[in-house]
Design a protein. Structure first.
Length: 296
């Protein structure tokens, strides 16, 4: 993929420093199990929530896992306090809704909220991210609705029940992450994932990736691929189609869990690019000119 893909486009970034590709010790000779980081979260619907701000910040800065969310409870408490102060300043008869709207406009909504509530956020992990951190890196413990810690296998089964084609999606996520790419949701481009070098603060996404479960009978029409390619090309990205084989073999039997069977999966990547005849002719014309000058 690296040999034929376009060079990632760097962003102008002077504020955020690259720390580490993963939120675990890497490249240290004195790594001990007792010092291994353990982050904690709880399952909520089709995501996992990490509430501790310090742990959330580590996951966000080292590997760019998850999506930052404002803690709604703290936000409402702070908003109520601001409304009360505004009422005291402007009079008790002020309309609460108009005051709240004025506050929202005055503070610039969430941007200003983040400045005032720095460090008071939670992190929402996608199920693929949670399974990768729990199973592949062994640094995340996830609790269920009853507060009981889930094993990696239980978390994987939970994710399979909550999300369609999760096995194929996770196979692609794990495959790309293990090769050093940062993988984020590609929903805004109509794909499964966006694939970054180092992370969103440093580079624009190089690929829009889609997972295709071949054993599950999933297929892409040329209309689907062409539509995705046009959307991706307009944003300066390439389309990466990842075919997953063997998902039908990921079943728990003979004492093995579904997680134990992941090693039987195979991921085949296809980089899709639209051939443009005019660009090909221009390339050939330039080559002819160079050859002609050498003959002279």
């Amino acid at each position: 993929m690296n040999g034929i893909a376009a060079t990632p486009k760097a962003k102008k970034n002077g504020k955020i420093q690259f720390v580490s590709p993963f939120p675990i010790p890497i490249g240290s000779s004195d790594i001990q199990f007792d010092n291994w980081p353990c982050y904690r979260g709880y399952a909520k619907g089709d995501s996992v929530i990490v509430k501790d701000s310090k742990e959330a910040n580590c996951l966000k800065m080292m590997g760019f896992f998850g999506t930052e969310l404002i803690d709604e409870r703290k936000w409402r408490k702070r908003l109520s306090s601001d409304i009360r102060k505004c009422e005291e300043k402007n009079g008790r008869n002020s309309d609460a809704k108009s005051v709240e709207a004025a506050l929202s406009d005055a503070t610039g909504e969430l941007d200003e909220c983040r400045k005032r509530m720095e460090g008071e956020f939670v992190l929402e992990l996608a199920l693929e991210e949670a399974v990768f951190l729990c199973f592949a890196l062994g640094c995340l413990v996830v609790s269920d609705s009853n507060g009981k810690s889930m094993t990696p296998s239980e978390l994987f089964d939970y994710a399979c029940a909550k999300m369609d084609k999760f096995i194929a999606r996770y196979a692609v996520y794990h495959y790309l992450r293990s090769r050093g790419w940062v993988v984020k949701s590609g929903l805004q481009y109509g794909s499964d994932y966006l694939v970054y070098k180092k992370g969103p603060p440093f580079y624009h996404a190089s690929f829009v990736a889609i997972a295709v479960d071949k054993d599950g009978g999933q297929s892409l029409s040329w209309m689907d691929v062409t539509t995705l390619q046009r959307v991706a090309a307009a944003a300066g990205k390439q389309v990466l189609i990842c075919y997953v084989y063997g998902s039908g073999n990921v079943v728990g039997n003979n004492g093995k869990t579904r997680l134990d069977c992941l090693s039987s999966l195979k991921v085949e990547e296809v980089l899709f690019r639209r051939w443009i005849a005019s660009e090909e002719r221009e390339s050939e014309d330039k080559s002819d000119v160079v050859l002609g000058s050498d003959d002279e």
